[in-house]
Design a protein around this ligand. Structure first.
Ligand SMILES: N[C@@H](CCC(=O)N[C@@H](CS)C(=O)NCC(=O)O)C(=O)O
Length: 294
């Protein structure tokens, strides 16, 4: 193969970036209609308010699931004050650009929430910050021991930095881009597999990410990499050969079996298997009228 042949396999040559980029709203791709290059609200819309101290505005994507799993785990552990209302934010309809949502998350992404048990109330955005806030508030799922706590935070922040390569990189170019571009898929598949190997090697010697205890680091990482390993993201299980990461498989399945994880996955889910959908959650009893029997 000549150099120019091998280059052309990777590089489509029909685009030269202009001097100044301009927004082409017709660029295609699954999320083209909701993405734009500016921040701020696009319309006036108040957020709904329920009866519990914690008001969550979210959707059951991996970033959203981290937080609903945490609430369900806190409730399962007996923290009655962790009760929450979970309201659905339909990001495909642009709900994240409503004025009320932007007031609590200027970055217009789910999950976001308000804790009304403080005076004044506390707004929260970024799933990692929400997990850490709740863990500190309830003194749960975050070890007190210096080394285990530090390791938990190492892995929580690893997840926050790593997942955009998996979702925004691999997932976007493998599953959502309007056409498959080999260079982009190769670039991000390599990174996704490297991350899976990081986790697999780490879990070879530990039950959970921070040692012997299940923590917020596991919740954060499981929502992305555990669900990927279980074949639930991007229809990419075979492509990535997720079955070959045996330690990751063991950990992913163990967490998947937790009843609170099943409930957390259902909350704010308007897509997929109807038996797994609980569009809004305002009470523990809501699961009884929806979802699979466990
Ligand atoms: N780093 C953020 C990422 C949140 C995020 O990317 N949320 C996506 C759904 S998973 C979203 O709301 N997208 C809407 C949009 O991009 O307009 C977090 O972890 O909370």
């Amino acid at each position: 193969m000549t150099e120019s042949e091998s280059e052309s396999e990777y590089m489509p040559h029909d685009y030269t970036p202009p001097k100044v980029w301009t927004w082409d709203s017709e660029s295609g791709g699954k999320f083209a209609s909701i993405n734009r290059p500016t921040a701020g609200p696009t319309h006036e819309k108040k957020l709904p308010l329920g009866k519990h101290p914690h008001q969550l505005y979210s959707l059951a994507t991996p970033n959203g699931v981290k937080v609903t799993v945490m609430f369900e785990e806190l409730l399962a552990r007996g923290f009655a004050d962790a009760e929450y209302d979970a309201w659905l934010v339909d990001i495909s309809e642009g709900d994240q650009f409503g004025s009320g949502f932007v007031e609590i998350n200027p970055n217009s992404k789910i999950p976001a929430m308000v804790d009304h048990s403080t005076e004044p109330s506390t707004r929260l955005f970024e799933s990692g910050a929400i997990l850490l806030y709740l863990a500190e508030k309830f003194d749960a799922f975050l070890p007190n021991d210096h080394h285990a706590r530090t390791e938990c935070l190492n892995w929580l922040f690893w997840q926050m930095g790593a997942a955009p390569y998996l979702g925004g990189g691999f997932g976007h170019f493998y599953a959502y881009a309007p056409e498959p571009i080999k260079y982009c898929i190769d670039r991000f598949t390599m990174e996704a597999k490297r991350q899976l190997d990081v986790l697999d090697r780490h879990l070879a010697h530990r039950e959970y990410m921070a040692g012997g205890d299940y923590t917020i680091a596991d919740m954060a990482i499981w929502a992305w990499y555990g669900q990927l390993a279980l074949g639930r993201l991007y229809d990419a299980a075979e492509f990535l050969q997720v079955d070959t990461y045996e330690n990751l498989q063991r950990w992913s399945k163990a967490i998947d079996e937790r009843p609170a994880v099943l409930r957390g996955r259902m909350v704010n889910r308007p897509f997929g298997d109807p038996a797994m959908q609980l569009h809004e959650r305002h009470d523990a009893g809501d699961f009884e009228t929806s979802g699979p029997s466990t």
